[in-house]
Design a protein around this ligand. Structure first.
Ligand SMILES: O=C(O)C1=C[C@@H](OP(=O)(O)O)[C@@H](O)[C@H](O)C1
Ligand SMILES: C=C(OP(=O)(O)O)C(=O)O
Length: 417
């Protein structure tokens, strides 16, 4: 689907209900498969969570999780420890390029039987489930926290629990803490001290309980960007959110203050308001190693406001749905951005493209934005429609995390052709 976004203005006041966090949902779905006493409310309607549910219910020999990174990693651990189940776990072409050796080696150290079907170090994987007898393992922690969460999620079902030693600088830490908090919520004891995490074996039954998934903060980021690029006084209310979130991307509330957006927690909602005009001399300087999924949103917001911006801690972006650093560079340049990237950083120069008279830039702009099979490319660029009309290619990629994205944008005032 090619989407022609028209230059739009959003309503003065609007509200949007956002689907559950796919990160929380995919963890709880694994835990529910291990402990059926758990019920889950507000499961994400994202493709990634639908695929996780389908995979867990499947009796087939081949399980295909398409683009879903968390499903790939979490199910690798889950199937490894599932006695008498043999499965080939595969995914999209991109998934076959996303490394998994660190997790596979750690599981093998615990006793798992996993082999590579195509290329060493990458999916698809042939997994022969068995009882994992060992409990101590060391793994590299600077590539993806999902390998760590995958192990932690099955830790309490292992004979002797789990003791992980993390090697190197730990990346995406809030996602590891989210996993541990959810384990805590269902009564699984764990500790995280310096570089060692322990998960105790579950001795007693998990109590029947309902867990409610908070709405997705990464999805909220696009509304932060929309409000930041809108006029003073604009308000968008998002539900359902809480002040003490398990999601690291809730740091948005703090980050977007420098883009003139205030956040007020009200019952189960957040009210985003454009409360100040941003000085064009503002220099945005952020380390996003704890919140990699909002790097694209923040880059586009900074560009839309014409601000200088230097983002670091982006070393994981190259192995996500696409090489997000290259994708951002290619697409922001189409809008006239001066942007430089390294393997772990991105720098944007200040500009006054949108301040210059009569949208002179707009007339020059004919290209359309490529999305690289990456939902976040489509969603991060959409707010620029508040500045000018443009085309988004393969706009349906958004369904990976946020299937209702375009209808929600339409509801608040975005116009499409
Ligand atoms: O555990 C999770 O739910 C996630 C962890 C992060 O990945 P990395 O740890 O690979 O950075 C994040 O980018 C991804 O969208 C979801
Ligand atoms: C990186 C992401 O997802 P995953 O790694 O789970 O595919 C994401 O949603 O931005």
């Amino acid at each position: 689907m090619t989407l022609h976004l028209q230059k739009s203005t959003i309503q003065k006041r609007s509200s949007v209900e956002i689907t559950g966090s796919k990160s929380e949902a995919n963890r709880l779905l694994i835990l529910q498969a291990l402990y059926p006493e758990i019920s889950i409310n507000n499961v994400s309607n994202s493709d990634d969570s639908q695929l996780m549910q389908k995979a867990l219910a499947s009796k087939e020999n081949v399980v295909d999780i398409h683009h879903a990174g968390t499903a790939m990693r979490f199910l690798t651990a889950y199937f490894s420890a599932k006695k008498d189940r043999e499965v080939v776990l595969t995914g999209s072409q991109r998934m076959k390029e996303r490394p998994i050796k660190i997790l596979v080696d750690a599981l093998k150290d615990l006793g798992a039987d996993i082999s590579y079907v195509e290329n060493e170090g990458f999916p698809p994987l042939k997994i022969k489930g068995k009882i994992l007898t060992k409990s101590k393992v060391t793994l590299k922690a600077d590539v993806s926290s999902q390998y760590i969460s995958a192990l932690l999620l099955i830790g309490s079902s292992l004979e002797n629990g789990l003791q992980l030693t993390l090697d190197g600088k730990i990346t995406s830490v809030p996602y590891i803490k989210m996993t541990l908090s959810l384990l805590n919520e269902i009564g699984i004891e764990n500790t995280f001290v310096e570089n060692t995490i322990t998960v105790k074996q579950k001795q007693t039954e998990v109590k029947p309980q309902i867990l409610t998934v908070e709405s997705d903060w990464s999805s909220a980021s696009y509304f932060y960007s929309i409000v930041a690029l809108s006029d003073l006084g604009i308000e968008v209310k998002l539900s359902s959110y809480k002040e003490n979130s398990l999601q690291g991307d809730s740091v948005l509330a703090e980050i977007y203050k420098q883009f003139g957006v205030s956040t007020t927690f009200q019952n189960n909602s957040i009210l985003l308001q454009k409360t100040s005009i941003v000085n064009n001399k503002t220099k945005v300087n952020l380390d996003l190693s704890n919140a990699p999924d909002i790097a694209q949103t923040i880059s586009v917001t900074a560009f839309g406001l014409g601000l200088q911006c230097h983002l670091t801690g982006l070393h994981t972006l190259k192995i996500k749905e696409t090489d997000r650093l290259v994708a951002l560079q290619n697409e922001l340049r189409k809008f006239g951005a001066e942007i430089e990237i390294t393997n772990d950083s991105l720098t944007l120069e200040a500009h006054n493209i949108y301040q210059s008279s009569n949208n002179s830039f707009l007339e020059k702009f004919t290209e359309s934005i490529s999305t690289y099979n990456d939902h976040r490319m489509a969603m991060a660029f959409a707010p620029l429609a508040l500045k000018q009309s443009f085309i988004i290619e393969n706009a349906d990629v958004v369904s990976k995390s946020y299937p209702d994205f375009w209808s929600d944008l339409n509801q608040i005032g975005f116009i499409f052709k």
